[in-house]
Design a binder for this molecule. Structure first.
Ligand SMILES: C[S@@+](CC[C@H](N)C(=O)[O-])C[C@H]1O[C@@H](n2cnc3c(N)ncnc32)[C@H](O)[C@@H]1O
Length: 247
């Protein structure tokens, strides 16, 4: 059945599916035994997603919907599925992506290098690797107003293929879960993960004297198996009906 569907896919998707198939096979052979344990969820049935959380956070600052002075930044916009649904005038939305979507055609590093603006709400959903996501969080915290919100997508990888860096799969969270371990140890911020939509992290900047805890040498080589065995249970996870505890 899968083979049959494959032939009806557009050529560009067929090409990437083909590449991912052989990359996955290579890693399966290389590591002999891959971790087949999965993290099960009911995200499809919850009907609450990242966009709803972002709009809820924006509503906390919003006094006037037409002449808004709330500034929103999105790192990684792709086809604007989220960016276009953020409930602010376009002049208050800054979408950074080197390839598609948003309104600033740059990488996040290039954007932050020259940025002088400060933001009330930031959504980080760019390159899904630990080191890039760590940089995006550190730079975002500097550009975030006091009591502002940062959202981070894809903090709960559900299988080894979804977590693997380099990318092997269409659905890809990468190893950004490692920043959640660091955020949990950091000072001057509040941090939770909402168990919806691939795991949406929420950071609130509670103090300008915050300290981001870097654990690179401990985390860099950790894999999905480490996440499953040692880290997942310790994550500060809230269910969808508990969001009032943080926003
Ligand atoms: C998962 S998509 C974003 C989806 C979007 N935020 C949404 O919710 O619908 C990831 C995007 O990050 C972009 N990206 C990759 N590397 C980046 C970088 N260094 N800086 C900013 N964006 C990057 C990719 O071009 C891609 O469009």
């Amino acid at each position: 059945m899968k083979f049959f569907i494959y032939h009806f896919l557009p050529p560009i998707i067929r090409k990437t599916t083909f590449i991912y198939f052989f990359r996955k096979l290579f890693y399966k052979i290389k590591y002999k035994k891959v971790d087949n344990r999965k993290i099960y969820n009911n995200w499809e049935k919850i009907n609450l997603n990242r966009t709803a959380l972002i709009n809820l956070a924006i509503s906390k600052f919003q006094k006037n919907i037409v002449n808004s002075d709330v500034n929103y930044l999105e790192i990684g916009c792709n086809n604007n599925e989220n960016f276009n649904c953020v409930s602010l005038p376009v002049s208050n939305k800054y979408g950074v992506d080197p390839i598609s979507g948003g309104n600033i055609r740059k990488t996040s590093d290039d954007f932050f290098e020259k940025n002088k603006l400060s933001f009330d709400v930031i959504f980080i959903d760019g390159l899904h690797t630990y080191q890039q996501c760590q940089k995006d969080i550190i730079n975002s915290l500097k550009s975030l107003k006091l009591n502002g919100y940062i959202f981070v997508h894809d903090l709960i990888p559900t299988s080894w293929e979804v977590e693997h860096v380099p990318r092997l799969n269409g659905v890809w969270a990468g190893d950004v879960w490692k920043v959640a371990v660091e955020l949990n140890e950091s000072k001057g911020i509040e941090f939770k993960i909402i168990n919806i939509d691939k795991g949406v992290g929420i950071i609130i900047k509670k103090s300008n004297e915050y300290e981001y805890t870097k654990l690179n040498s401990n985390l860099i080589h950790k894999t999905y198996s480490d996440f499953f065995d040692n880290y997942f249970k310790g994550m500060p996870i809230l269910e969808h009906d508990e969001i009032h505890k943080i926003i």
